[in-house]
Design a protein around this ligand. Structure first.
Ligand code: ZN
Length: 452
């Protein structure tokens, strides 16, 4: 048995068996001919609606339709243009909901990130289960329950339901544009700083590490990312490993109940750019590309943090200097001009704002436990420059300028991103020990005090 088949058996299938949501994940070569039979096994309905954009349909829509036809399904398709690229907006997904309500269709998404998220949301809203046929290893959303979509400009992960079946034909996926594979690699690489965030959240008593989701992702992460060169060379083991990693992350989120196993500060940084509608050379910068740069940034903050000695912190002095919630709100108003986004940021910030007593308790925990937690971070995390080398090999962007972001913009984004989600990350940790500005000053030396 080839290596990838063994890995799928060893890691993916036990996760599928544990899943309450997903019945089948098939990762293999030349498997689209099995689509009809797989769908027959899991669904009672006899008609399907294929959703794709023109590029996704060209990649494998006909093969999927053919297999479904042969299995006796009535096949309809809803194909939308891919120029301009479909946007992950609730407003577009709502048009899919209307189509689904016209019949007893099984929704089938043929595509990658955006198409999968749109169909996932639409299927959930129309109370249907759906099938995801993947055309690229470009993000981790195939097996996840959340649909990250923009609603009136604010990017939120809307709780929905993961697909009943995921079909990943490695021949199709390996033919995807190489940059898309780089995005998926960037999204998976983000699980390193996200793990650092979880270690810190666990350490200060905000959110304990979960014994199921953590090892599922973190025990395998290095092996999934070890061969970025193979991705560029079309090596099926590397491509399968990446897809396996991205899929397993979805299951980890299902088992944990939130996106914590998959998403930390690197995603908040990315979400800021996605909400701004960041584009470069006339094209929207993808989620994975934003996460890739966010990953290098977040790991640089961890590199700086690991160098510090926090065992000598003065808890009373640090907590006396902490901003009040009103001061935090003023900062949000200065940093985030869009009022819908700033109002939402205030809700998120209020949810994680702590009183002085809790602040001093956390600081005391940090003072006492610092050396052991620093060792744990150092042992688990990859250094920022090493990750940057891997990402470059995988074809993912690593520097903000590679996605059209200036250093000032980059620094301001990192500073503002702490406010947009209540999840505790390295940004909150640095803020609470009074060192966020110093850390930012270190990784953005030209920009220190650009934002106060
Ligand atoms: Zn992601």
């Amino acid at each position: 048995m080839s290596n990838w088949k063994q890995e799928v058996q060893r890691i993916v299938q036990p996760a599928v068996a544990r899943s309450q949501i997903t019945d089948h994940v098939v990762i293999d070569r030349n498997i689209l001919t099995q689509t009809g039979e797989l769908v027959s096994r899991s669904f009672a309905e006899r008609s399907v609606m294929i959703f794709a954009d023109t590029a996704g349909y060209a990649a494998c829509g006909l093969a999927v339709a053919d297999s479904l036809n042969k299995a006796g399904f009535a096949v309809s398709s809803h194909i939308i243009p891919n120029s301009p690229l479909p946007q992950p907006h609730v407003e577009l997904a709502d048009t899919f909901v209307e189509i689904l309500k016209r019949g007893d269709f099984i929704p089938i998404s043929v595509g990658s990130g955006v198409m999968n998220d749109l169909v996932k949301y639409a299927a959930f809203e129309a109370d249907r289960r759906y099938v995801a046929v993947a055309t690229a290893s470009s993000m981790d959303g195939y097996a996840s329950a959340g649909a990250p979509l923009s609603k009136q400009g604010f990017k939120i992960t809307i709780p929905t339901r993961a697909p009943k079946i995921i079909i990943a034909d490695l021949d199709i996926i390996s033919a995807a544009p190489p940059e898309m594979t780089g995005w998926g690699y960037g999204d998976l690489a983000g699980k390193f700083p996200a793990a650092g965030d979880w270690i810190l959240a666990d350490f200060v008593g905000v959110e304990p590490i979960d014994e199921v989701a953590w090892p599922l992702v973190q025990d395998n992460l290095k092996s999934w990312l070890v061969n970025p060169n193979g991705l560029a060379n079309g090596d099926f083991n590397s491509i399968s490993s990446l897809f396996t990693g991205l899929t397993v992350v979805g299951f980890a989120m299902e088992f944990h109940g939130t996106s914590r196993p998959a998403s930390g500060a690197e995603h908040q940084i990315a979400h800021m750019w996605e909400m701004e509608g960041l584009s470069y050379h006339g094209r929207k910068v993808s989620h994975g590309a934003c996460v890739s740069v966010g990953t290098v940034t977040s790991l640089a903050l961890f590199d700086w943090l690991i160098e510090q000695d926090l065992s000598g912190l003065d808890a009373v002095a640090v907590s006396n200097k902490a901003p009040t919630i009103d001061a935090e709100f003023q900062t949000i108003d200065t940093l985030i001009r869009n009022t819908d986004i700033s109002e939402r940021a205030k809700l998120e910030t209020r949810a994680k704002h702590i009183d002085p007593a809790e602040h001093r308790r956390r600081l005391q925990t940090i003072i006492v436990g610092w050396s052991s937690i620093r060792d744990k971070l150092e042992k688990h995390l990859i250094r920022s420059h090493e990750m940057a080398e891997l990402l470059l090999e995988a074809g993912a962007p690593v520097a903000a300028e590679n996605i059209g972001v200036t250093e000032t913009h980059h620094r301001n984004t990192v500073f503002a991103s702490r406010f947009i989600r209540r999840r505790y990350t390295v940004l909150d940790f640095l803020h609470e020990v009074g060192l966020l500005e110093a850390a930012l000053g270190s990784i953005f030396p030209e920009q220190s005090n650009a934002v106060a």
